[in-house]
Design a protein around this ligand. Structure first.
Ligand SMILES: NC(=O)c1ccc[n+]([C@@H]2O[C@H](COP(=O)([O-])OP(=O)(O)OC[C@H]3O[C@@H](n4cnc5c(N)ncnc54)[C@H](O)[C@@H]3O)[C@@H](O)[C@H]2O)c1
Length: 397
């Protein structure tokens, strides 16, 4: 079957949903098509590791409302080839899609453990993964959470809070190694232990196999562990295969200009897969967070419909870990100069990440309503040091 769309969006994640809305707002008569491998229309991913477990949201609440844009959804399909000259893409069922303008919002794929292990080993990213984990992760079940990054930290907290027995395993020395300074990271390790998680640093899961009602995991220190389920968050790799096959510039993601346009004038990219230049931070970035997916999707959609505007937003993200929460702007990388400003022992504070006296990242730990001020600080030329930053972003009453 052959389909024809003015605007074709490849991928049906958050960037795609935001782009479809922006196209519709900018071009009321637009003929929009979305092709996505998942069978669900675009939905919010952050609740999969947080709010859905707390009961703050249900699956009905996370839909992004793409149906209201009138976009034609071609779901459960993967695009396998892209002919840029003919302006046509083909999917895995043999359908073809002619387009005038194209958005690649193909996202990223979770890195995999070095074994399969059956249905109780879940590489966590999608709503299907959430539902699979939910089946096995019931109160009292022992769940291994593998990886100490965003997904590992959020899921370990969520699973503890519903009464699972959680073992959190990661190869680094501490939770969030490389992102959080040592004092905060060690505090977090202790905090997770105090909330009942068995935290095991410096270990990898080297093998695993399905067992009766569970999974047998073999750890790098020789331990064998039988758990009801294992869930992994080992980071992701951007889905660039289609772009590479089509001959677009790719370098840790699809290379785009300030307007999110790729090396082909009729193709844009947005979200986890896009590699853009951040003028504010003076470096190329690929950002894997909700705010970037929604913001880039919106801008790319508007640009495709003729209302071009540069993407200048600093990376922003937030997380909830039990009753601790943080918001962060810019770069969180402990290879930068790190300045910590704790206001009371560990319960709240600000971490600044500096390069050459300029603030490049700010982590606000249980300090709220200071994100805009943090953005302004990053825009200032400085130079800053510990003395000039102390007390700079106070907690608001
Ligand atoms: N709050 C948020 O913004 C949020 C929440 C959830 C997910 N996400 C996004 O989802 C994506 C995936 O999250 P993630 O947690 O998988 O990635 P991540 O990069 O945050 O963390 C990956 C972790 O896996 C560990 N790791 C790597 N190889 C391993 C191995 N073989 N065994 C055990 N651990 C290993 C690393 O040490 C690291 O701690 C990221 O892009 C993230 O930004 C964001």
């Amino acid at each position: 079957m052959e389909h024809t769309h003015d605007y074709l969006i490849i991928g049906a994640g958050m960037a795609a949903g935001a782009a479809a809305k922006a196209i519709r707002e900018t071009d009321a008569a637009a003929n929009i098509g979305i092709v996505g491998a998942e069978v669900q229309p675009p939905y919010q991913r952050p609740p999969l590791s947080k709010a859905l477990w707390k009961g703050d949201k249900t699956l009905d609440d996370i839909d992004l409302g793409t149906a209201t844009t009138g976009a034609q959804l071609h779901l459960g399909r993967r695009l396998e080839s892209l002919d840029r000259v003919a302006h046509v893409a083909r999917d895995d069922r043999g359908d073809s899609y002619r387009y005038r303008r194209l958005l690649l919002a193909t996202g990223a794929t979770p890195r995999r453990l070095p074994f399969e292990g059956g249905e109780r080993v879940i590489h966590f990213r999608t709503v299907d993964d959430y539902q699979a984990l939910r089946r096995f992760a019931v109160a009292g079940a022992h769940v291994a959470v593998i990886g100490g990054g965003f997904i590992g930290c959020e899921l370990a907290a969520s699973l503890c809070s519903i009464g699972c027995k959680v073992t959190l395993l990661f190869p680094g020395e501490t939770i969030g190694a490389g992102r959080y300074p040592d004092r905060l990271a060690l505090y977090l390790d202790e905090y997770y232990r105090n909330h009942g998680a068995d935290v095991r640093s410096g270990v990898r899961v080297v093998d695993g196999s399905a067992a009766d009602g569970g999974v047998n995991l073999v750890l790098s220190d020789g331990t064998v562990m039988l758990v009801e389920a294992a869930v992994a968050g080992l980071g992701v790799t951007p889905n660039t295969a289609l772009a590479e096959q089509a001959g677009l510039a790719v370098d840790n993601g699809i290379v785009v200009d300030a307007y999110l346009r790729s090396s082909d004038a009729d193709i844009w990219a947005a979200g986890d897969v896009a590699n853009f230049h951040s003028a504010a931070l003076d470096r190329r970035l690929r950002v894997e967070h909700e705010d970037a997916a929604l913001g880039m999707g919106r801008l790319a959609g508007r640009a495709m419909a003729g209302a071009e505007e540069a993407y200048t937003t600093l990376p922003f993200f937030y997380s909830d870990l039990f009753d601790l929460g943080y918001e962060a702007v810019g770069l969180l990388d402990t290879r930068l100069q790190v300045i910590e400003d704790w206001r009371e022992p560990n319960r709240e504070g600000v971490v600044y990440y500096l390069d050459g006296g300029r603030v490049r990242g700010v982590l606000l730990w249980n300090v709220w309503d200071q994100v805009d001020a943090a953005r302004e600080l990053i825009a200032e030329s400085g130079p800053f040091d510990a003395a000039s930053l102390r007390g700079r972003l106070p907690r608001k009453a």
